[in-house]
Design a protein around this ligand. Sequence first.
Ligand code: IPM
Ligand code: MG
Length: 362
Amino acid sequence: MAQKHDIAVLPGDGIGPEVMIEALKVLDLVEKEYDVTFVRTFGNLGGVAIDEEGKALPQTTIDLCRASEAVLLGSVGGPKWEHLPPMEQPERGGLLPLRKLFGLYANLRPAIIFPSLVEASVLKKEIIGDGMDILVIRELTGGLYMSQPKGIEGTAPDREGIDTLRYSEAEIKRIGHVAFQAAMKRQKKLTSVDKANVLASSVLWREIMISLSAEYPEVELSHMYVDNASMQLVRNPKQFDVLLTENMFGDILSDEASALTGSLGMVPSASLAEGSFGVYEPAGGTAPDIAGQGIANPIAQVLSMALMLRFSFNMIEAADRVDAAVEKALEAGYRTGDIFFGNPGEKKVSTSAMGDAIAANF
Ligand code: IPM
Ligand code: MG
């Protein structure tokens, strides 16, 4: 009997809905090829949820995600909701509580420069060579984003804004294992990024990482301060294989790493809980400036779907095939505007034509 999986589909705001269509188009082919059905239930998260259900993370969406094995997410946010109180906005009222509620502690953001897109990178060809492949792993439910105490205290003009950076040994171990295990499947090099020359949480982080490394003798563990890491990423990104870091540092470094790939529209992400549940979304955001025009790059959404196959459903071969189909579409010259340079052989195409090209190469 064909396998059946329940997934939640939350297209979100901005370009989310239009790139989601393309990811689902490719998922249709996976279903046919692998005799599996993904029962897709649509829900609202972010701005669209505020508009339709009055809250960025409505109870209906929480229930839907609870009833699902994985969540395929577009992206959330946009200028339309920026006037709302911060805690009600799509990001702080929708995305961050979703991460916390479902324990999505491990955020994986692969920043890959495909050989055919070396030119799209912001870096010079001498530095990039024939490509780059870095996996940024960001701790996603602790650290500076989530620790208590947090808030604005006192009365003006003497108020204080407070954020706390706190990590328990258990939290560090949990994400540390994810990083070592990912490194084992790759080049076996792990760079743990911290600020141990200043922050106590980083001193503990480094100590725990060193103690974990005894369990992974094959992995070469190194440590780097975050300021140096941000510089090394633009100077010599090819030295990195897996890069592990705290929530806030990871937010910053993952954007930097994705700029190296040439476009934010290329970088997918997986946010994983313990077990097989995960939320899969492009790292790039809602791009409100181009939303609704049919020109957004759907690749990050398609690759996010592939990460879902890989991590939530253990469909490694199917995931590899989706990744390869993206690469083949790029090799064949298909380019959305963000990665189009007008070189011979390049064809500037719409969101849906890029989805078609990927599907045709699956
Ligand atoms: C990301 C985003 C979010 C974050 C925002 C939208 C809250 O930048 O996923 O990297 O800061 O985590
Ligand atoms: Mg970010």
